[in-house]
Design a protein around this ligand. Structure first.
Ligand code: CUA
Length: 332
């Protein structure tokens, strides 16, 4: 008996610890760790809603407890005679008060939603973002095209125009903004602003297939002059190949059927634009760091790194693969 109780206490302790740990308000995807004005508005709506819920829960739990205690005091015999103030109490506590609270929260949310939607008037920049199974494409007004990393200038308001090439996805950068759907055939808009330079994790928030949970992107906020330099470089065609032999491998293999490298004969748009691939931090939409080893894994056996991906495996020999990797790593 005692041993059982000890085990229960231990399990309860573990549960309490885990719930405390998971309650941490910090983290790359925490709406309670806002890094911009829109996310701060959402956070300031979240806390009052939490405390209202806690208060309602506490009142209901207290009443339940009182009812249980009174039932026990009567030796199991419940007094079922009607209470004089019973009906007014049910009407007030069960209808009037909830209606008041829910209407208040609803109106307050509506106001916040309006601000979140309309706050992006007069942006410094508009970026076109298109979702694909399972990666993200970003196009800038200066001609730059990139994938899975969306650079913005820190402290500035940027508009993103969002659509999808295939199924419904959802654009969500928890530390910066609310989420919004990306629907094929229509365009939704959102504004983004980060207080300070940094990397903000984004995630597809609408189930879209096998790699939905690995459909990751980063919003990278740069100092404005760094952003300008980045955007200017991204708009340039690819630099002369680090490995001309590797470029030849690329142009004569299946790679060229899906990817564009601006300034070369590769112009397909089925997969991510690779013109400045080497400047990105991850490959496969956030599944792995952009290292030579991971690039090799992705090229040699894409299904192993990202099951379900449309990219076919290659059948290149070791020398060709090495040259191809040299070429890809030189695309800065
Ligand atoms: Cu794209 Cu889920």
């Amino acid at each position: 008996m005692r041993r059982g109780r000890g085990r229960d206490t231990f399990l309860l302790g573990v549960l309490a610890y885990l719930s405390l740990v998971s309650c941490s308000t910090r983290g790359p995807s925490s709406i309670l760790d806002p890094a911009g004005p829109a996310a701060r508005r959402i956070e300031s709506l979240w806390w009052p809603m939490l405390w209202i819920s806690v208060a309602v829960f506490a009142v209901v739990a207290a009443m339940l407890l009182v009812a249980i205690m009174r039932g026990r005091d009567g030796g199991g015999e419940l007094d079922r005679s009607p209470v004089r103030w019973g009906e007014p109490f049910v009407a007030i506590a069960g209808v009037f008060v909830p209606a008041l609270i829910l209407t208040g929260v609803f109106l307050f949310s509506l106001r916040e939603m309006n601000v979140l939607a309309s706050g992006g008037d007069d942006p410094v920049l508009t970026i076109e973002v298109e979702a694909h199974n399972w990666w993200w494409e970003a196009r800038y007004p200066n001609g730059a095209v990139t994938a899975n990393e969306i650079h913005i200038p820190a402290g500035e308001r940027v508009r993103v125009r969002l659509t999808s090439a295939d199924v419904i996805h959802s654009f969500w950068v928890p530390r910066l903004q609310a989420k919004i759907d990306m629907n094929p055939g229509t365009t939704n808009e959102l504004w983004l602003e980060a207080d300070a330079p940094g990397r903000y994790r984004g995630q597809c928030a609408e189930f879209c297939g096998l790699q939905h949970s690995h459909m990751v992107f980063y919003v990278v906020a740069d100092e404005p002059d760094e952003f300008d330099a980045w955007a200017a470089n991204e708009a340039r065609p690819a630099r002369p190949p680090a490995s001309p032999a590797g470029e030849e491998v690329f142009m004569s293999s299946s790679c060229v059927g899906c990817h564009a490298i601006r300034g070369t004969e590769a112009t397909a748009e089925l997969g991510p634009d690779l013109t400045h691939l080497a400047g990105r931090d991850t490959v496969g939409a956030g599944v792995a760091a952009n290292t030579r080893h991971n690039l090799e894994r992705l090229v040699a056996d894409p299904q192993a790194l990202k099951p379900g991906i449309s990219m076919p495996p290659t059948t290149l020999g070791d020398d060709d693969l090495d040259a191809l990797l040299d070429y890809l790593e030189g695309l800065e």
